[in-house]
Design a protein around this ligand. Structure first.
Ligand SMILES: CC(C)(COP(=O)(O)OP(=O)(O)OC[C@H]1O[C@@H](n2cnc3c(N)ncnc32)[C@H](O)[C@@H]1OP(=O)(O)O)[C@@H](O)C(=O)NCCC(=O)NCCS
Length: 197
């Protein structure tokens, strides 16, 4: 039986190592191909522990962390995530950002990913008058050599959650792919959903 529990900001600190390990494990897969390190992850996760109104949703199988999903007001995110919205004339103070959803393979297809979206949206709706939810996803070439033959894009999953691609809203994030020797920038497409006026 999987248990889903939400933690606000520093309440998730006891799970730091588990969350870091989970991100490294899942983001090794296509399309992320991320060659992660505990050092970077520990630093990255501080953003959520420090940001007021951040949410860390964790899926537990017994005591084991098998999935997680995070979100925070976009205003607490890095400038590269805020800039595309500012350039389009949006008030970042009214946007809540979904940072990631990661679930170990054996636990997929049971509705946990859907719960990650429902719980984060309910939190964003409850804490402030956010107008939009957003997240971004890496764009890889369709003929990428590392793409598994059975790879299924998540576009349908996101559309079913009410999100659509935000045209002309793209940023870059840098990380080191498994087959790279140094970090390179990757294009990240934003998706969005209106939740208020
Ligand atoms: C995103 C993720 C958390 C979804 O979790 P999940 O628990 O398998 O998703 P759910 O079971 O709640 O829902 C899956 C639904 O989306 C549909 N779907 C569409 N494309 C899909 C895909 N590529 N993978 C999984 N489900 C997909 C399924 O058919 C299902 O719909 P249905 O119930 O109507 O049949 C999981 O796939 C994952 O960890 N992926 C790797 C990391 C990643 O890419 N994260 C997103 C970027 S941060």
């Amino acid at each position: 039986m999987i248990r889903i529990q939400s933690f606000i900001a520093s309440a998730a600190l006891p799970y730091l190592n588990a969350l870091a390990t989970l991100r490294i494990t899942v983001f090794k897969e296509f399309p992320y191909l991320y060659n992660g390190s505990m050092e970077y992850e520990t630093q990255y996760l501080q953003t959520f522990f420090n940001a007021p109104q951040s949410i860390i949703v964790i899926a537990f199988d017994g005591d084991k962390v098998v999935g997680a999903s995070t979100g925070l007001p976009l205003a607490y995110e890095t400038p590269n995530l805020q800039a595309p919205w500012q350039q389009l004339g949006f008030d970042v103070g009214r946007i809540f950002y979904f940072s990631e959803s990661v679930l170990l393979q054996p636990y997929r297809g049971q509705g946990i990913g859907k719960q990650f979206f429902t719980v984060r949206e309910a939190w964003a709706t409850s804490i402030s008058n956010f107008q939009y939810l957003t997240f971004c996803a890496v764009v890889r070439p369709l003929d990428h050599p590392q793409k598994p033959v059975n790879y299924q894009p998540l576009d349908t999953f996101w559309q079913q959650r009410g999100f659509e691609k935000k045209e002309h809203c793209i940023t870059n994030m840098s990380w080191q792919d498994l087959d790279e020797t140094f970090p390179t920038p990757k294009p990240m497409q934003f998706w969005w959903k209106e939740i208020g006026e």
